[in-house]
Design a protein around this ligand. Sequence first.
Ligand code: UDP
Length: 139
Amino acid sequence: MAGNRTFTMIKPDAVEKGHIGAILDQINASGFRIVAMKLTQMTTADAETFYAVHKERPFFGELVEFMTRGPIVAAILEKENAVEDFRTLIGATNPEDAAEGTIRKKYASSVGENAVHGSDSDENAAIEGAFHFAGREMF
Ligand code: UDP
């Protein structure tokens, strides 16, 4: 059965460009409830752990550098079928392939600097949420 929570980050590129408000607005308007949220900055060790699944990929170093270069907004979101519906809302990894109206289509500039993260499974949503938030920070 599909879970009802997902984890997201508004990535450094979108924070730098001042898109936090617009992105949160679109998330809320799409029926997601924010159950945890903070502005934070990942350390190199944080980003290497968070993206460990990609450590053999050629873009890993660039990804870690990008994700640590400035603050991010981390959040846990609640909605029925949260993981799948949020992946639909953000669009394809590469903004060139993302559907019109999706968050990445509107705010991402490249396959690397693509504005937002969305968990790809219920299991990863739980792991990623717990990576950034203590239980008492979830409402
Ligand atoms: N990424 C990248 N180059 C690529 C593919 C991915 O820099 O060719 C980055 C991008 O920021 C992406 C993240 O690595 O969001 C994780 O990649 P994944 O394939 O898991 O995409 P996602 O689940 O974020 O759509």
